[in-house]
Design a protein around this ligand. Structure first.
Ligand code: CU
Length: 190
């Protein structure tokens, strides 16, 4: 009987640890680029300063809000970012309400593809220094070289759904955690 309890305990511990790590991912932050100003050329928003005040992590959602009549969002390489070169974007977003989930470490370069806007400062570098972990992992290199071929942004038009599915995923996890607790109580009370 003792071995059954031990096994159950190990199971519960493992499941709880897994859930905890999942919870951390699901509690991703949402960052609205430019805060109340949004994504614009009006008011000379300093997106570099804006980004510098944030600590981006893998799983976070970068939200671009703008008038789709006047702006858009394109994801580009570092070289294209520096040159405001919009000829071959890695991804293009045009809804005016774009949520982009950051799935990798390193730099994520975005600017507005409307001619002149990038030059006017409508560009932002989202730099994810660390991954989420139970223990703080030292970042190997503060500035990893940009990958030569960044995988094209996975979601384009339906990106707002990410937040929704993330929410339902979280509630699913809550239910799972609850059932595990109930299960644990049941096993150890027996
Ligand atoms: Cu623009």
């Amino acid at each position: 009987m003792a071995s059954v309890k031990t096994t159950a305990l190990a199971l519960v511990l493992t499941a709880t640890a897994t859930l905890l790590s999942l919870f951390q991912i699901s509690s991703a932050a949402v960052y609205k680029v430019g805060d109340s100003a949004g994504w614009t050329t009006i008011g000379n928003v300093d997106y570099k300063t804006w980004a510098a005040t944030k600590t981006f992590q893998v799983g976070d959602i970068i939200h671009f809000e703008y008038s789709s009549q006047f702006h858009n969002v394109i994801r580009v390489t570092h070289r294209m970012y520096r040159a405001c070169n919009s000829s071959a974007p890695l991804a293009t977003y045009t809804t005016g309400n774009d949520s982009i989930t950051i799935t990798t470490r390193g730099h994520h370069f975005f600017f507005c593809g409307v001619p002149g806007h990038c030059q006017a400062g409508q560009k932002v570098d989202i730099n994810v220094l660390r991954t989420i972990g139970m223990s703080p992992t030292p970042s190997v290199s503060a500035f990893p070289p940009p990958p030569p071929s960044v995988p094209a942004a996975k979601v384009n038009g339906s990106s707002p759904n990410n937040a929704v599915s993330l929410k339902s995923f979280k509630s699913l996890l809550c239910n799972l955690a609850l059932s595990i607790v109930v299960f644990a109580v049941f096993v150890f009370a027996a």
